[in-house]
Write a protein that binds this ligand. Structure first.
Ligand code: G1P
Length: 290
């Protein structure tokens, strides 16, 4: 079984839900407290033991490249002013091996993943979507939990969690069956953003995948689906029909930072967990007349 050494972050979308902020600034750069959302994603990948990352970028995404670039002048300044903690933080992000490719047209998530074909070079790989941040505290990073399942099964794994009924139409929903490990489901089918009536379960794909390289040939044949876009879900279901797909109900608190309420929840909860801010922020929140 091949080792997972690489991951891809699709980050080409326009971010229309956050306009006007996203007109010139990528939504992936929206900060959760003082760190851009995409940095949480990159750190999850690194903490999972993966060192090579491909970001699928697009129009007006230069700030992402600048963020992960090295910045000798800033590093020098921090060193000279004795700000060693900040220096360490800056070095950690600029040392990461990140590659970029631009998605030419907004043809959907499946099309974006296809841009990773050459980079993956026949290896299995991780995928994390830029909108889905998962907090696992001292536990295993969510992507690492999926990788462990890949090493057990040798098959592609979709990260999932249960969502409330009113949310099934926002996600890829899984039709699966529990295995001996009740968190591991054998996937029979999957539907992209079904209505509540069509939804086969409440297990939703939540932005994390480990995928074997056969996906690329399937994606090349995948016709536009929901919303007229090439959907990753449609390619994954072909693999599922061949018995080559599992889903794992990962542990961790997941935030949908792609919508405004989810984003605000992430900012508030991450701030409350911070040693340097949490207590004061809690006091402030408690004092609000709501
Ligand atoms: C994408 C996928 C969907 C998945 C979701 C998770 O949809 O197509 O299957 O459940 O991400 O966030 P998007 O939110 O990009 O429309």
């Amino acid at each position: 079984m091949k080792k997972i050494r690489k991951a891809v972050i699709p980050a080409a979308g326009f971010g229309t839900r956050f306009l006007p902020e996203t007109k010139a600034m990528p939504k992936e750069m929206l900060p959760i407290v003082d760190k851009p959302t995409i940095q949480y994603i990159v750190e999850e990948i690194l903490d999972s033991g993966i060192e090579e990352i491909l970001i699928i970028s697009g129009h007006a995404k230069r700030a992402i490249e600048d963020h992960f670039d090295s910045s000798p002048e800033l590093e020098h300044h921090l060193y000279e002013s004795g700000k060693m903690k900040e220096l360490e933080q800056i070095r950690r992000i600029s040392d990461v091996k990140i590659h970029y490719v631009r998605q030419k047209y907004m043809n959907g998530l499946g099309d974006a993943i296809l841009y990773a074909k050459d980079f993956m070079d026949g290896e299995p790989f991780g995928v994390i979507l830029g909108d889905d941040v998962v907090y696992t505290g001292n536990g295993e990073p969510a992507l690492k939990q999926l990788m462990d399942q890949y090493y057990k099964t040798g098959k592609s794994i979709i990260g999932c969690q249960m969502v409330p009924e009113e949310q099934v139409s926002s996600y890829g929903i899984i039709d699966g069956e529990k295995t001996e490990d009740e968190n591991l489901l054998k996937v029979h089918d999957m539907i992209e953003k079904p209505s509540l009536e069509e939804a086969p379960s409440r297990f939703a794909a939540l932005g994390r995948y480990v995928i074997t390289p056969e996906i690329f040939d399937i994606l090349e044949e995948t016709k536009p689906g929901k919303g007229g876009e090439i959907q990753l879900t449609d390619a994954l279901r072909v693999m599922a029909h061949c018995g080559n797909m599992y889903a794992y109900n990962f542990s961790g608190k997941r935030y949908d930072t792609g919508n405004k309420l989810g984003y605000l929840k992430a900012v508030v909860e991450f701030a409350l967990r911070r040693e340097d801010l949490g207590e004061d922020f809690k006091k402030y929140l408690k004092g609000l007349e709501l």
